[in-house]
Design a binder for this molecule. Structure first.
Ligand code: HMG
Ligand code: MG
Length: 298
């Protein structure tokens, strides 16, 4: 059975842009977010309040967030620690995301912490956010495979998911950071989580398309009852701290599939394609999304 409605969590402005070498001007980022909202996206991850040396592209978070804050959409932001939370709350952010790892290698590379040290770092962030009625998403990276450690055992993923939920996260996003997941693995992980008392309704899925499996994995997750799907306009993206990660599932590819399945998203695909084509021109290379290429007339 498939859901009748799906919520798309757009990550293009954050996951999509964080890996770009050349600095994208703040005004272009703001225009990107404005156009995404205009195309009908209602949850648009805006930026990250991380250390500017770790992700230089998003060092303008203080300048960007206030410029888009008036949009009538949810604008979640990433915060790795209390310093990040302070910065986000000072600007009025109402949705934040912490980002854990299922593997030690990536926890070290991405957060300079062990898995448990990172969880300890998030604990006061989540507690303080919840006390302020701020919505908290917990990302979990490397849920399927890790570039240093190979395949990731399912119990390892379940353990960190449990810890994030016990901390108070409202929602979890299961990240296939390097895009190695396949549908059978997705079904197995979702089944194990369900058995551990973590139902699909609590979950989002976050697929990268390195091996071309993102859409197939998404369909598998929808069939298991997941209704929140992360995607990136035009398929932008990657992770600066995970070698071999390519772009996320393209929002256009997702919308095209959902449309065919009769699942409404309220998104104007034409306007979304125009937005990604505009951004691709700015970045100087074509969008990798097959749907963008098929529908754009340039
Ligand atoms: P660290 O070097 O261990 O930092 O980095 P620290 O805690 O030792 O602090 C050192 C200095 O940094 C201090 O300044 C802090 O104030 C400052 P000093 O006292 O030396 O002058 N500092 C900050 N400044 C601004 N904002 C902050 C902040 N925190 C500390 N928030 C840290 C630890 C977590 C900060 C660092 O590792 C970091 O920023 N990492 C972010 C990495 C990142 O953003 N990665 C990409 C997002 S994750 C992803 O893409 C995966 C996802 O898409 C899902 C998937 O696909 O799997 C979500
Ligand atoms: Mg990602």
């Amino acid at each position: 059975d498939l859901p009748t409605r799906v919520r798309i969590h757009e990550v293009g402005a954050r996951d999509g842009l964080q890996n770009e070498k050349a600095t994208v001007p703040t005004v272009i980022k703001a225009e990107f977010i404005r156009r995404l909202a205009g195309a009908g996206l209602t949850t648009i991850e805006a930026t990250s309040f991380v250390h500017p040396k770790w992700v230089p592209q998003l060092a303008d978070a203080e300048q960007l967030f206030p410029v888009v804050a008036d949009l009538p959409v949810a604008l979640p932001v990433l915060v790795p620690n209390e310093r990040g939370l302070d910065r986000a709350l000072a600007l009025g952010a109402r949705r934040v995301a912490v980002f854990a790892s299922a593997t030690e290698s990536f926890a070290k590379a991405n957060l300079n912490r062990t898995v448990d040290e990172a969880l300890a770092m998030f604990e006061p962030v989540v507690t303080r956010a919840k006390a302020d009625a701020v919505h908290v998403r917990g990302y979990l990276s490397m849920c399927f495979g890790d570039p240093w450690e190979g395949g990731v055992p399912i119990p390892q993923v379940v353990r960190v998911c449990r810890a994030l939920l016990d901390m108070g996260c409202d929602e979890l996003s299961l990240g296939d950071t390097i895009g190695v997941a396949t549908p059978g693995h997705v079904v197995a992980l979702l089944a194990a989580l369900d058995e551990a008392g973590i139902p699909p309704a609590t979950l989002a899925v976050h697929f990268h398309d390195t091996y071309g499996q993102a859409l197939a994995n998404t369909l598998a997750a929808l069939q298991q009852g997941v209704t929140t799907i992360d995607a990136s306009a035009g398929g932008l993206g990657g992770c600066p701290y995970a070698k071999s990660a390519t772009g996320n599932l393209a929002t256009e590819d997702l919308v095209w599939m959902l449309r065919g399945l009769g699942i409404d998203t309220g998104i104007d695909l034409g306007r979304l394609v125009a937005t990604s084509t505009w951004m691709a021109a700015h970045l100087g290379r074509p969008s990798p999304s097959r749907t963008v290429r098929a529908l754009s007339h340039e």
